[in-house]
Design a protein around this ligand. Structure first.
Ligand code: ME8
Length: 528
């Protein structure tokens, strides 16, 4: 039986259309899921949407739609965005799904029956027109952050979860499982900012929010955020339903990948809920940094004086889904913040995708066609130093990529390792000069070896790349007649069939005129 691997994204709020920021987490999870499939693991990858709460109700009202009409449109757009970006999820959970609603009610009741939930009074600052409670720190100049009107002190009856009982247990969790929360710096944040000062019990229902899952034994209360949203990671596997086979198979999750602003919920509240339910904890929570647009987490249309188009729905069809995936996976050191600019995006397409990978593939295929009628020459064990060096790079890069993904989900370093193969192979062409070898009949065997070694480098790098950039790698693997490849095939030099003809390949990534594209994109962003 193959090893299981269960990975999740956060469930995003569909209060507006998804941004490149949402794509960041989702593409990372997709690449990690695909890499684990390459490794032969039995992978389950879940994403979805967090559909309850005042904000959604308000957004629907503003759009003159019912909540479900509004949500269905956003979810249809989200699913088509994931399709566009080749996100190969196994499950898309919506918290309005019937099975989720029922499981959440069951979980709530269980926590109540076990004494972890009790009824009390919630006190807060209340905005009457918005029908919303705010905490002191959420207020802007003492006023409602949404409508900027005065707020009043208000109390309402609410249920609370006994989070205060879990401080020591959480400290023990972090101490006994240093892998639980990554990067390490986030553990200190949790301890210093939240656990050491003492955890308060958590308000888990509202009577003022109508768009939510009702508590089945006290329906004027709706279940507020945490118990509804966090539990998606188990209800999506069927926990609490008649068919919980996926839950039995895949839980505990190998990793919840989330943005750093929601680490607290995943590293404090979620484990506490699971402990209370007596359910095993996820193996790891990974809090990544932010993709910044001109220093801001949310993309603004104007960041640097000129309008920037950061809509993946425009960028992917124009430059390929792989190019969008590439910038998200490669540019941001995993765990830290990183800046996105259109110029960076376009320059990466040219330097890495067109000039490095694309050029290697197109040069090799055209030399193979010109000198060997596109027929794969036979493989010989490398004897020359330069050949050995190329194969050493392939082996090292493959092992490094695997290590980076397995130990730390570090997609950026893994991709960099894979591109080392392509850089090395491009240099190999310059040093071995196959175009010179072709002129000398006595060097025919050497030319065969050089061309085959280049094909091996392309094959190896492309198999690894298939987890990250599925479209271009499929084209290349198809041209090499390779199907259903796995990680173990990377170093197998007998996979390419000697004497077989490779197919023609078009240009994978045309070189862009960056200045012209910047202007075009700026016009698009300004709606011209
Ligand atoms: O927080 N850079 O939903 P949300 C990196 N529903 N990641 C970004 C990003 C950016 N600029 N912008 C968004 C919620 N993200 C809750 C989650 S989970 C049980 C409930 C990603 O729509 C990142 O993963 O606000 C972040 O954590 C998530 O979108 C926030 O999505």
């Amino acid at each position: 039986m193959s090893e299981k691997f269960y990975i999740t994204t956060p469930i995003y709020y569909p209060s507006r259309k998804f941004t490149l920021g949402n794509c960041y987490t989702t593409v990372i999870c997709d690449a990690v899921a695909r890499f684990n499939k390459l490794l032969g693991k039995d992978v389950f990858f879940m994403t979805g949407t967090d559909e309850h709460g005042q904000k959604i109700a308000q957004a629907a009202k503003n759009a003159n739609k019912t909540e479900m009409e509004y949500l269905d449109e956003i979810i249809a757009d989200a699913k088509s965005l994931w399709k566009l970006l080749n996100i190969d999820y196994d499950k898309f959970i919506r918290t309005t799904d019937d099975y989720h609603v029922k499981s959440v009610q069951k979980i709530f009741r269980e926590l109540y029956d076990k004494g972890y939930i009790y009824k009390s009074k919630y006190k807060g600052k209340y905005c009457v027109p918005c029908e919303s409670f705010w905490t002191e720190s959420q207020l802007v100049d003492g006023k409602c952050p949404d409508c900027h009107r005065d707020v009043i002190d208000q109390e309402e009856e609410a249920y609370f979860f006994k989070l205060s009982e879990f401080g020591d247990k959480l400290l023990k969790l972090y101490k006994d499982n240093p892998e639980f929360l990554k990067p390490e710096s986030r553990v200190n944040e949790m301890i210093t900012n939240f656990i050491k000062p003492g955890l308060d019990d958590l308000c888990v229902t509202r009577t003022s929010v109508k768009w939510g899952i009702p508590v089945d034994f006290d329906p004027k209360h709706t279940i507020y955020v945490w118990i509804d949203a966090l539990t998606n990671y188990i209800t999506g596997l069927g926990y609490g339903t008649e068919d919980d086979s996926l839950y039995k198979n895949y839980w505990p999750a190998d990793v919840h990948v989330i943005g750093k602003e929601i680490v607290r919920f995943h590293a404090i509240i979620w484990p506490a809920i699971l402990m209370a339910l007596d359910i095993p904890l996820p193996k790891r929570v990974f809090g990544h940094g932010w993709l910044l647009f001109g220093g801001d987490k949310l993309s603004k249309s104007k960041t640097t004086g000129t309008a920037e188009c950061v809509d993946p729905r425009i960028l992917a069809p124009r430059y390929t889904a792989d190019a969008v995936r590439y910038i998200l996976l490669r540019e941001i050191p995993f765990g830290s913040d990183g800046n996105y600019t259109t110029e960076l995006f376009l320059n990466h397409i040219n330097s890495d995708l067109a000039n490095n990978y694309g050029n290697l593939v197109s040069r090799t295929f055209s030399m193979l066609k010109k000198y060997r009628n596109s027929i794969v020459p036979k493989f010989e064990e490398p004897v020359e130093e330069i050949d050995k060096d190329l194969f050493e790079t392939i082996t090292k890069s493959a092992n490094d990529a695997k290590k980076y993904i397995e130990s730390n989900f570090d997609v950026s370093k893994a991709l960099a390792s894979i591109f080392d193969i392509f850089s090395k192979a491009n240099k190999y062409i310059e040093v071995t000069e196959p175009y010179r070898l072709a002129k000398d009949e006595a060097k025919a065997d050497r030319l065969d070896a050089v061309l085959r070694n280049l094909l091996e480098a392309i094959k190896a790098g492309t198999i690894l790349l298939s987890a990250f950039l599925p479209d271009c790698s499929k084209k290349v693997l198809d041209a090499l007649h390779l199907k259903n490849v796995k990680f173990k095939d990377v170093l197998n030099n007998d996979l390419l069939l000697t004497g077989e003809m490779v197919d023609e390949l078009g240009i994978l990534f045309p070189r862009l005129d960056v200045q012209k594209e910047l202007e075009e994109l700026s016009k698009i962003a300004e709606g011209k």
